[in-house]
Design a protein around this ligand. Structure first.
Ligand SMILES: NCc1[nH]cc(CCC(=O)O)c1CC(=O)O
Length: 329
């Protein structure tokens, strides 16, 4: 981090306009990034609320084109010069970077795991027969159903959507026995205490990029992009690059039942290797293709992307393509 510039240096600078969705989670994420951006630029940052189609539509995500609908309005505002930077959940960001935009920074990742919020403090294994678990994500449905089968549990996954409050509300009102959400979202909203279990990634691999934020700019904002590089976390960047490259090489969209997680492995002294795990499955969890590969820590994002492509090729050779056609209801 740079030392804070003197008041004189920042005195006349106009505020940077940071575009954000207006959900509580988006505002929390944007607030975090705004603090980081103020630190490295010494400039004031103002939040500009942008409404996206994903926020107003009541249709299911898979039907309106997946989580990319949350992203496009922010990207259009960037391209029109109405905002200087946009903050997205990286897992909602389509893998193809549009012409004229740049993924300027991926700050340090929050916990990538999924969290269970169940009634009566229950864990997954304690859910009663016939338990109904809400999730709009085919990835979560596939892995929860597979996990339940391996435990001899009888559960039903129920498609739901809505913001974090709405989804937790299904449990509080008694309409569902449990819901599954990203731990990172709960943590950023100060609601991690409501989780009754953090799901082990051996059972439920998160979405590629889950828990990480994406700070996007117009490619023409050269000076700003250079400053934002200071809030980029290189370890997070290589991990999410491998995960997203796996997703892209599977030619799966963000609403496909694909999970991926890269983590850096160490010997206690130093990081020595990166492991990338991936999963694709049918919604009912009867068939999963789950593979892992471990290699030297990538020296660059492009090397990380290679690891993603290698694992994708292995998954495709095991029939992954045939499992990705299914959509959530
Ligand atoms: N698809 C919605 C979405 N996009 C990002 C997050 C959580 C934050 C994150 O994963 O970084 C969520 C909510 C959820 O999955 O529970």
């Amino acid at each position: 981090m740079n030392p804070t510039p003197s008041p004189a240096a920042s005195g006349g600078a106009p505020p940077l306009r940071l575009g954000t969705r207006r959900s509580a989670l988006a505002m929390a994420q944007s607030g975090l990034v705004a603090d980081l951006v103020r630190e490295v630029t010494g400039r004031p940052v103002e939040l500009v609320e942008i409404t996206t189609y994903g926020d107003t539509s009541r249709e299911h995500l898979a039907q309106i084109g997946g989580a990319g609908v949350f992203v496009s309005a922010l990207r259009e505002a960037l391209l029109r010069g109405e905002i200087d930077l946009a903050v997205h959940s990286l897992k909602d960001l389509p893998t193809a970077e549009p012409e004229g935009l740049e993924l300027a920074a991926v700050p340090r990742r929050e916990d990538p795991r999924d969290a269970l919020i169940a009634r009566d403090g229950l864990t997954f294994a304690q859910l009663p027969p016939g338990a109904r678990i809400g999730t709009g994500s085919p990835r979560r449905a596939a892995q929860l159903n597979a996990w339940a089968r391996s435990l001899g549990l009888d559960i039903e996954t129920v498609p739901i959507r809505g913001n974090v409050d709405t989804r937790i509300g299904y449990v509080r009102s008694g309409r569902l026995d449990a819901v599954v959400l990203a731990a990172a979202g709960l943590i950023r909203l100060g609601r991690s205490g409501e989780a009754t279990e953090l799901l082990d990634v051996d059972h439920v691999l998160p979405a590629p990029g889950q828990g990480a934020l994406a700070v996007e700019c117009a490619a023409s904002s050269v000076a700003l992009t250079a400053r934002l590089a200071e809030i980029d976390d290189p370890s997070t960047r290589v991990a999410v690059t491998a995960e997203r490259s796996l997703l892209a090489a599977l030619e799966a969209g963000c609403s496909a039942p694909v999970g991926a997680l890269a983590d850096l492995l160490g010997d206690g002294q130093a990081v020595t290797e990166m492991r990338l795990r991936g999963v694709v499955g049918t919604l009912d969890g009867t068939t999963l293709v789950q593979l892992s590969t471990t290699g030297p820590v990538p020296a660059s994002p492009s090397e990380a992307a290679d690891l993603g492509r290698v694992l994708a090729a292995e998954m495709l050779a095991k029939g992954a393509a045939g499992l990705m056609g299914e959509r959530a209801l």
